[in-house]
Ligand binder design. Sequence first.
Ligand code: URA
Length: 210
Amino acid sequence: MSNETVVVSHPLVQHKLSLMRDKELSTAQFRRLLAEIGPLMLYEATRDLALTTREIETPLARMQAPVLAGKKLCFVPILRAGLGLVDSMLDLVPSARVGHIGLYRDPVTLAAVEYYLKLPDDIAARQVILLDPMLATGHSAVAAIARLKQRGATAIKFICLVAAPPGIATIHEAHPEVPIYAAAVDAELNDHGYIVPGLGDAGDRLFGTK
Ligand code: URA
């Protein structure tokens, strides 16, 4: 399917996101909620993972038991804020690999500038889950997806928490085959490229840098 955006409307996701938006929330609480919401988003994004069966023996009988087949996962957080989703996702899928891509937004042009890239060698064989809590202009995500494809990735999904319509449109236009999973689609971007109402700067709130 192309140009797919899935808004994860699960009440736990919605509740946690609302708590995260509150500007009075402490850094520790923000970090904790981001970690809690990560696996819930991952649960939705992995709904279509292929299954096969394996014969196992329970204490009572032999059975054909469903187990994951096909591509193994690779999480790729966009630094910095994407890091806040990784550890708890690894709790859910401990065998996943983790790549990292460092992109910062040029404050004037809002263009994505790459400063770090480290991916597993077998990225082409993996289902890549690209992570960034905020999808604003979409420049970082589009640049990250392009780099992943350059390195051979063919199966990519993007998970964020808050998306803005321009970011969604930008990804869909540049990479229509990449589905987007978001907890909310907010109204708009302000002049500085921040999502409104949004939750502020996710990196600063996660790491307490402002
Ligand atoms: N990045 C953020 O952290 N927040 C926004 O609102 C937009 C981009």
